[in-house]
Design a protein around this ligand. Structure first.
Ligand code: 13P
Length: 268
């Protein structure tokens, strides 16, 4: 895929941060500024569950004011079943009913602390597709796997297990985020060369699963991505933007990353 004109997405994962006031204010600021600054870059915000509905309201207000969709509001997780006796869980129809348009699934923190498996994550992807929400599927190897040279194998197994049963037309609606676990919240980031190599590998794996339908699947990089290291990463041909943790918790530097993605899309 040529770097010029490639699809770019910048998604903010707020994790377990913000409160009602700061979440609403941040959603409003980012939505309003995205209308002016994002160009063709798709901006996605993933606040904690309690603040989703208000974030959707603020985003919709910005849409109305600007006559275009400014940001997509995403959840950080969902349950794979439609509904039922799952105390404490949140179903996809619930998210859809409040205007949430996307959902992160399989984040390494959920795999690590809540024992999420790729089989379960795959069912979440299917449920999201069934309801027309955009799944943001996370994969990535841990430090030991990277050091042992097993990073390709590990990520290939994640992709095949979670996405292998999804038909090509469904897979074409998925966004993949490559987040090497050793780079998340550590200040260590993959070099552009390391990230590009894995993104090209992931693209080839997706093509093996779903054929040509997979060619245009956006693949985001995540892991200590910040304005001071994003330019080289966003410029790589197989990198379609970023899934941003720490640097998404304030309007700047997040909007700086959005502008950098815009520049990477059309570097002229
Ligand atoms: P950081 O940008 O804080 O490293 O987090 C990355 C991440 O996990 C996004 O989902």
């Amino acid at each position: 895929m040529p770097p010029s004109g490639k699809k770019m997405i910048v998604a903010g994962n707020w994790k377990m941060h913000t409160d009602a006031q700061s979440a609403a204010a941040l959603a409003e600021q980012v939505a309003g500024r995205s209308a002016q600054e994002a160009g063709q870059v798709q901006v996605v915000l993933a606040p904690p569950f309690p603040f989703l509905a208000e974030a959707v309201r603020r985003a919709r207000a910005a849409d109305q004011e600007n006559g275009r969709q400014c940001v997509i509001i995403a959840a950080q997780n969902c349950h794979e079943e439609e509904q039922g006796a799952y105390t404490g869980e949140v179903g996809v129809p619930m998210l859809r009913s409040i205007g949430v348009g996307a959902c992160i699934v399989g984040h390494s923190e959920r795999r690590q602390y809540y024992a999420e498996t790729d089989a379960a994550v795959g069912r979440k992807v299917e449920r999201l597709l069934q309801h027309g929400l955009m799944p943001i599927y996370c994969c990535g190897e841990g430090r030991e796997d990277r050091e042992a040279g097993r990073h390709r194998e590990v990520v290939a197994l994640q992709l095949r297990t979670a996405l292998g049963a999804i038909p090509g037309h469904g897979l074409a609606k998925v966004v993949v985020a490559y987040e090497p676990v050793w780079a998340i919240g550590t200040g260590l980031t993959a070099t552009p060369a390391q990230a590009q190599e894995m993104h090209a590998f992931i693209r080839a794996e997706l093509r093996a699963l779903a054929g040509e339908a997979a060619t245009h699947i956006p693949i985001l990089y995540g892991g200590s991505c910040k304005p001071d290291n994003a330019a080289g990463i966003f410029a790589c041909p197989d990198i379609n933007g970023g899934l941003i943790g720490g640097a998404s918790l304030a309007a700047e530097p997040f909007m700086e990353l959005v502008r950098m993605a815009r520049h990477a899309q059309s570097p002229a």
